[in-house]
Ligand binder design. Structure first.
Ligand code: PMT
Length: 406
């Protein structure tokens, strides 16, 4: 799969540098072209001659080793992927802050294709608040992070900080280059709800709303294209690369979502769920009477979002939508606090060009700390991708937290 791929390897100063020799051999065996760039500190752990011999190419260290036509940091960026392994705490922090004081860093700064970072360091350094913040920054910028493993560390301690084995790095590169950024949700299970629930009054009448299901459907489609294993719980039938379960009423939707919750990594409630249902469903069609008015008594439906937010475990994400016709942000902030979900996606349903039954949307993503991020008006497909990329980072954060607490 990696035949003729151009792989750039960046080595920084850490004892795990010696393992990269094996990584280069794996790439060469797969007939990939390998070029290597080192930080000056890396030379303390591995020699230029070894790397040159293994890669079959010139090895670069200095900013001023100039090619015939262009500076090296630009010519090196012509690779398909840049793998920094081992990535030291120092290089991670510089990368996250745009510092370019060696060739490896300048190259990284100019690199616009996938980057894979394999950190390696002492456990206390890995747990350091600033390092974790910087890792998060890199992740948010779209870099792939191969979190270090737990085990025996060069400093003599046991803990989390070991660079992943060359075979694991090789596999990750293979995955990124064959599936690209298109399958970052591979292995994740998503449940998405879509459509407007229908609460029956009698056999022919019901209470519903204006949801077309387009928003939920777009999220299901994007999640599936990003590699997630998707279950769509919708009020309508759909065709797509997902399991489709039909729910007509809020109660039916609640039962299905509740049952499926334990196996999910993420639930996104895009459906417009009726807050109330008819108290006494009439088995027969209700007849017109002489009275000019009639009333139907309604009772509360289960609040699915609130319920599953309380039930979910700490590795799961529950995301709600918020449909408001006034004071969008203010009400959305109140709603995320009332429902207890991880994020709320707020949209203004008083506008005709977005929200209900339109092909476009404009939303605000609001997190538990009440930070808001606006996604400008775009197609529901593009809005979905942006929402899922945001969620992807949260899922990666959760994986990292799990590693840290192990
Ligand atoms: O389907 P489209 O035509 O494409 O339109 C998209 C949309 C406007 C329906 C969608 O973007 C949207 O806003 N969906 C949520 C609609 C809604 O019910 O919002 P709400 O603010 O009333 O509810 C807040 C959240 O609680 C929602 O995630 C909702 O699914 C959930 N909820 C509501 C009531 C209830 N009884 N149980 C719930 O889980």
């Amino acid at each position: 799969m990696l035949k003729d791929k151009n792989i750039l390897i960046g080595i920084t100063g850490g004892i795990a540098a010696y393992k990269v020799c094996n990584l280069i051999r794996l790439f060469k065996k797969a007939e990939a072209n390998v070029r290597v760039v080192l930080t000056p500190n890396a030379l303390n752990f591995v020699t230029k001659l070894t790397l040159q011999t293994l890669s079959g190419n010139e090895v670069y260290i200095d900013n001023f080793e100039i090619d015939e036509y262009k500076p090296e940091h630009i010519s090196l960026t012509e690779a398909d992927i840049f793998v920094i392994a081992p990535a030291s705490a120092n290089t991670i922090s510089k990368l996250a802050n745009g510092i370019c004081d060696n060739l490896l860093l300048s190259t990284a700064c100019a690199f616009n294709k996938p980057m894979l970072i394999a950190p390696a360091m002492n456990e206390n350094m890995w747990n350091n608040k600033f390092i974790q913040e910087n890792i998060e920054k890199l992740q948010r910028s779209g870099m792939f992070i191969l979190n270090p493993a737990e085990g025996f560390l060069a400093c003599g301690a046991n803990g989390t900080g070991r660079m992943r084995e060359p075979e694991e790095i090789y596999e990750k590169v293979n995955e990124i280059l064959t599936q690209g950024n298109r399958a970052p949700l591979k292995g994740k299970k998503f449940l998405i709800t879509a459509g407007g629930t229908r609460e029956k009054i009698d056999p022919v009448r019901y209470i519903t709303n204006a949801s077309s299901g387009k928003m939920g459907l777009a999220i299901a489609d994007s999640a599936s294209k990003m590699g997630a294993d998707v279950t769509l719980v919708s009020t309508f039938e759909s065709n797509g690369d997902w399991e489709n379960i039909i729910a007509e009423t809020a109660q039916e939707m609640s039962d299905i979502v509740d049952k499926k919750l334990p196996e999910m990594d993420c639930v996104i409630m895009a459906a417009a769920v009726s807050d109330y249902k008819v108290k006494n469903y009439s088995e027969q069609k209700i007849k017109k009477t002489d009275s000019d008015t009639m009333s139907i008594e309604l009772v509360k439906n289960p609040d699915i979002l609130k319920q599953i937010s309380a039930e979910k475990n700490s590795n799961q994400l529950v995301i709600g939508f918020c449909a408001e016709s006034e004071n969008l942000i203010e009400n959305a902030k109140k709603k995320i606090q009332a429902k207890g979900c991880d994020l709320i996606i707020a949209n203004d349903i008083s506008r005709k060009d977005i929200g209900f039954n339109s092909n476009e949307n404009e939303v605000y993503i609001i997190d538990k700390n009440l930070n808001e991020k606006k996604l400008d008006k775009d197609t529901k497909q593009n809005i979905s991708k942006d929402i899922l990329n945001y969620i992807l980072v949260l899922l990666q954060d959760k994986e990292r937290e799990t590693l840290l607490t192990k």
